[in-house]
Design a protein around this ligand. Structure first.
Ligand code: FAD
Length: 464
């Protein structure tokens, strides 16, 4: 959840302002999921102190009242105390600033649950296969329940297409001649043991060898290093890291860490694709230069599509999209309330701190612990190398719409992303407990374990 130090360097002040504001709102509305994180920019050249020091003061100022904490210069000794394993050779000092950190999947679940409390109906494992039209205008969608294979049609006054990198597929269902609006850009992260980054601060590498920034970040007890920005010619549901991307991250991280991370140290590697707005007529534009702004498109048939943007600005993206949808549907124009809406599980940031795996449940943590009190076996850990207890599986099935082992190990817990081998080893016991919760049989358990293991192999270190 960041304002975007890199966007500041690119001079995109309106985007930075918007993102810093949203970062502040999120910290207020979901303090159980979004917290401050200290970032340190190490300084190895004399000019980096004034350059980054002044730049980050501007960043503070742009955040205004919603700034998390002021940035400041650190001496060489202070920098080494905060990041004991920073590369010490030629180190002059650092600049510390603050941004927000969150868990994307937990926020997505929280948002879905908040929406349901407010009257929404949220279906997962349902694929839109076509649009229904009346007099040339979009009037609903056809979709398939992927679990049962049953097809359905639902009527709607407005259909919003918020399918990220797949937005163009849905737009083509509406208009076979629609021009591509999305440019997928791939980003890869590598995960390492926490010993590679001691201390509680993250490292921000301001200049990689392709002119980007790289982050080394503590996350759920491991270290996350990334990312890359590779233009892709098509959207991929399960993108895979390329060898060059892994090499790029290892090479650049090694420049700043005293102990160089190697391929054999990788606990997990994962890739994602950003749905960037495709600049019209500029096919060759490097994706790192494409703005992270969002756009709401309305087709002649009345399909509303949201493209671009970033997680940090999701609330503003939703507000802009809904404003268009309200007009199209002829609904009463009401003011948006999400700026001050506490999300599901809101828990005071001043309350007693909880262990990391429990904190994401916010005010529901007590219910989760009560399940363990009823059945002590739910207090067992999924795996010695993972922070999660078995109760997370039950909670995921009962409260968080988890339907598969992958849902539990990738998007309710983050086991797959933290340690892919440990996740594979946990899959059988997760499948058995999930089957009990969902009323599934032995054949389902076997199929789920096989399916998950196959998928998870793509998250292992390359030579495994
Ligand atoms: C490597 C990387 C790093 C990033 N870092 C940051 C960061 O630090 N900060 C930040 O703010 N943002 C960051 N982003 C950007 C952010 O993650 C994306 O902008 C955001 O996830 C896109 O969300 P979305 O909802 O538009 O798309 P998605 O999250 O892709 O959601 C689209 C959904 O639509 C569903 N869907 C697709 N087709 C269909 C269909 N036919 N029927 C039903 N459902 C369908 C998909 O299953 C998916 O669930 C990063 C992105 C990447 C890849």
């Amino acid at each position: 959840m960041h304002g975007g130090v890199r966007y500041l360097e690119q001079g995109d002040i309106p985007l930075v302002l918007e993102a810093l504001r949203e970062r502040g709102l999120m910290h207020r509305n979901a303090p159980h999921l979004v917290h401050h994180l200290s970032f340190i920019v190490p300084r190895y050249q004399w000019w980096e102190g004034p350059f980054f020091g002044i730049g980050l003061k501007v960043y503070d100022a742009l955040a205004g009242k919603l700034n998390l904490a002021p940035s400041h210069l650190l001496s060489r000794e202070e920098t080494m105390a905060r990041i004991p394993n920073i590369e010490a050779e030629h180190l002059l000092g650092g600049v510390e600033y603050f941004d927000g950190q969150f868990d994307d999947a937990r926020l997505a679940i929280t948002l879905a649950r908040t929406a349901v409390h407010h009257g929404a109906c949220a279906l997962n494992h349902s694929r839109v296969t076509g649009l229904a039209k009346t007099d040339g205008l979009v009037s609903g969608v056809h979709f398939t329940d992927v679990e049962t294979g049953t097809d359905y049609q639902v009527k709607a006054r407005v259909v919003v297409n918020a399918t990220g990198i797949f937005s163009d597929e849905i737009r083509l269902m509406d208009d076979a001649k629609a021009q591509r609006a999305v440019q997928p850009s791939q980003g890869v992260h590598l995960v390492f043991d926490r010993s590679f980054l001691q201390g509680d601060s993250a490292v921000m590498v301001p200049h990689t060898d392709d002119g980007r920034v790289l982050f080394v970040i503590p996350w759920h007890g491991k270290v996350l290093v990334g990312t890359t920005d590779t233009p892709m010619d098509h959207a991929d549901l399960e993108p895979r890291a390329m060898k060059e991307e892994i090499g790029f991250i290892l090479r650049n991280a090694a420049r700043y860490l005293a102990r160089d991370p190697e391929e054999k140290d990788i606990l997990a590697v994962f890739a994602g694709q950003r749905p960037l707005v495709r600049p019209p007529g500029k096919d060759g534009t490097a994706t790192k230069a494409i703005s992270r702004n969002h756009e709401v498109l309305v087709s002649d048939g009345g399909l509303v599509t949201i493209v671009g943007g970033k997680w940090t600005t999701y609330r503003q993206m939703a507000e802009d999209t809904l404003d268009k949808a309200i007009t199209l549907a002829g609904l009463e124009d009401r003011a948006c309330v999400t700026e001050n809406l506490q999300l599901h599980g809101w828990r005071s940031p001043n309350a007693e701190p909880l262990p990391d795996w429990l904190a994401v449940y916010g005010s529901e943590a007590a219910d989760v612990l009560a399940l363990v009190q009823e059945d002590a076996s739910l207090g067992e850990f999924l795996h010695p190398r993972l922070p999660y207890q078995m109760v997370a599986v039950v909670q995921a099935a009962r409260q968080e719409q988890a339907r598969t082992v992958e849902d539990v190990l990738s998007r309710r817990t983050r086991a797959l992303l933290l340690d892919a081998r440990a996740a594979i080893e946990s899959a059988p016991k997760v499948a058995v407990l999930l089957a009990k919760e969902l009323g599934r049989d032995k054949a389902w358990v076997e199929a789920q374990v096989a399916e998950f293991t196959e998928l998870a192999k793509g998250y292992l270190q390359p030579e495994s």
